[in-house]
Ligand binder design. Structure first.
Ligand SMILES: CC(C)(COP(=O)(O)OP(=O)(O)OC[C@H]1O[C@@H](n2cnc3c(N)ncnc32)[C@H](O)[C@@H]1OP(=O)(O)O)[C@@H](O)C(=O)NCCC(=O)NCCS
Length: 187
């Protein structure tokens, strides 16, 4: 893998870019404070905007690291930060990245996350030199699996009671795409 760090990616409707402190109000309002968004996530909904600011203060210095990949999803139509997509785990020895994502509820059901995930997958193969890109979702959150399918990932299997999120211990459904598959489908 190449330690390129987080770089801006543009799609038809979105700009994926580094977070800045000024994103805190959008992030808090659009997704981080919403327990419906965090239902199947590992972190609790933020109970005040100061929590969001604290998280951004932790993230932003990490952009100095070449293996920190964390994008704010900006909706071009209104220029708001509406979600987050990031590499939650890198395994340098096998050039592998696991991706996580979340989107403000007002923006669900418009194919926004599939558009973001597809672009991030392309970028991780093309620019960051990954060989494997994977993602997992709680078995009870199948619409996240839909996103993975729409982005061209392949179902791998279920790790039973292998994770914990805000709902407790959960079964992890895994999807991935390999460089060889990505090259074959001509992106
Ligand atoms: C999962 C998530 C990323 C989906 O993103 P999205 O941009 O809405 O994805 P899509 O528009 O492709 O919709 C995916 C599925 O959600 C369902 N959906 C659509 N609109 C919906 C709505 N208004 N409310 C609830 N579900 C809806 C549909 O089943 C859809 O599949 P379909 O297009 O085949 O019918 C988003 O719902 C989200 O951020 N959820 C909370 C955080 C989360 O669970 N992250 C994933 C952790 S693994």
């Amino acid at each position: 893998m190449k330690k390129t760090g987080t770089q801006t990616i543009e799609t038809e409707r979105l700009v994926l870019r580094r977070f800045v402190m000024e994103d805190a109000p959008d992030m808090y309002r659009n997704w981080a404070s919403d327990p419906e968004v965090t239902r199947y996530l590992t972190w609790p909904a933020h109970t005040g905007p100061e929590i969001t600011s604290m998280i951004l203060k932790e993230w932003i210095p990490q952009y100095e690291q070449g293996d920190f990949f964390n994008w704010a999803i900006i909706y071009k139509e209104n220029s708001e930060a509406i979600g987050n997509i990031s590499v939650v785990k890198v395994q340098e020895s096998i050039d592998a990245a696991d991706i996580g994502y979340c989107l403000g509820r007002a923006y669900w059901g418009r194919g926004i996350m599939p558009e973001a995930l597809k672009a991030v997958i392309d970028w991780l193969f093309e620019e960051a030199g990954m060989n494997r890109v994977a993602a997992t979702h709680d078995r009870n959150n199948p619409k996240s699996g839909k996103v993975m399918q729409k982005a061209g990932m392949q179902y791998e299997g279920v790790l039973r009671q292998a994770g914990r999120n805000n709902q407790g211990i959960c079964d992890e459904v895994w999807y991935s795409i390999l460089r060889s598959e990505w090259e074959k489908k001509g992106r």
